[in-house]
Design a protein around this ligand. Structure first.
Ligand code: RRO
Length: 300
């Protein structure tokens, strides 16, 4: 059992936003598979169809996606959130997005009655015009968005950051100033693939965000730097597919981890990661998870 931003989690392996998060039943399925908490697909103020296909490709060492924030909008998602809450015995976190602070607040406010346990503010989609990374690179905007959502809810507010910035710590500090209870790092790394036979970019949107094994070292460094600079917990995400990856992320400073791309290899990843962390703690002579969170900072 761990506690993060006041939420009690049976283990620190959380489903990341965007994977299996579009319906209440798919979220519940991941909870049944052993996840400590689940995060929904990002939900916004208006229905969005998303980018044209192909919207996701498997590069072998990671996935490149440009889904384009497809979602039914918050009024139409409330029912799914209610199902996720009813069917899962773990915290359900609503990932939300908007074009500005007001829209974020409207979406959060509109979802509160469906009963989420926390909000995750997605200010970091790398390829969504008017949303995401353009906002997530702007410290003032991030502070304003966090503050606006904190104004409409008492629930914990997590802010998910983009690695596509020169100084992720300054953005993390802005989120903290705005009242964020935790930082989630990282969203996907902006990238592109080109088909050499036709010369066309492969993704319908031409570019997208890279996730999976390839981004783990980027995520580890971001979490390491954020942990050193902030007073709020950091939740690590990026390339975690085994308990060893999760322990490494925790040693960088993550209080919990999120798992996304690895779910495509099977949802048993949550149980494997949770059990592996627990065995590592008990067999390594550590008292509890707190002993390994940020351990790399103490090894000088
Ligand atoms: O929907 C997407 O294309 C998407 C989102 Br919202 C995000 O936050 N990160 C990402 O890689 N894709």
């Amino acid at each position: 059992m761990i506690e993060i931003t006041g939420l009690k989690l049976r283990n620190p392996a959380i489903l990341a936003a965007g994977i299996m998060g579009t319906t209440g039943v798919s979220l519940a399925r991941i909870a049944w598979e052993g996840a400590g908490a689940v995060v929904t697909k990002s939900i916004g103020p208006e229905p969005k169809a998303g980018h044209s296909n192909p919207s996701m490709i498997n590069l072998g060492y990671g996935f490149l996606n440009a889904m384009g924030l497809p979602n039914p909008s918050y009024p139409d998602f409330s029912g799914e959130l209610e199902i996720a809450k009813r069917e899962s015995e773990v915290p359900v976190i609503a990932s939300i997005f908007g074009g500005n602070a007001h829209e974020f607040a409207v979406v959060a406010d509109g979802l509160i009655d469906a009963g989420p346990d926390a909000f995750e503010l997605n200010v970091s989609c790398p390829h969504a015009q008017g949303y995401g990374a353009s906002i997530g690179c702007d410290a003032c905007a991030v502070e304003e968005i966090a503050a606006a959502v904190c104004d409409v809810t008492e629930l914990p507010v997590w802010v998910k950051l983009t690695p596509n910035v020169t100084d992720i710590v300054s953005i993390g500090k802005a989120a903290q100033r705005g009242g964020a209870d935790a930082i989630v790092a990282i969203n996907t790394v902006r990238g592109m693939a080109i088909d050499i036979h036709s010369g066309y970019p492969v993704l319908g949107n031409r570019f997208g965000g890279l996730s999976g094994k390839a981004v783990k070292p980027v995520a580890i460094k971001c979490v390491y730097d954020l942990y050193a600079a902030l007073d709020i917990p950091v939740i690590g995400v990026g390339g975690i597919s085994s308990w060893e990856d999760a322990v490494e992320m925790m040693m960088a400073g993550a209080s919990a981890v999120q798992i996304g791309s690895a779910v495509y290899d099977g949802p048993e990843v949550f149980r494997n990661v949770a059990d592996g962390i627990e065995d590592f703690i008990s067999s390594g002579g550590y008292k509890d998870i707190g002993d390994i969170v940020g351990l790399a900072h103490r090894r000088t």
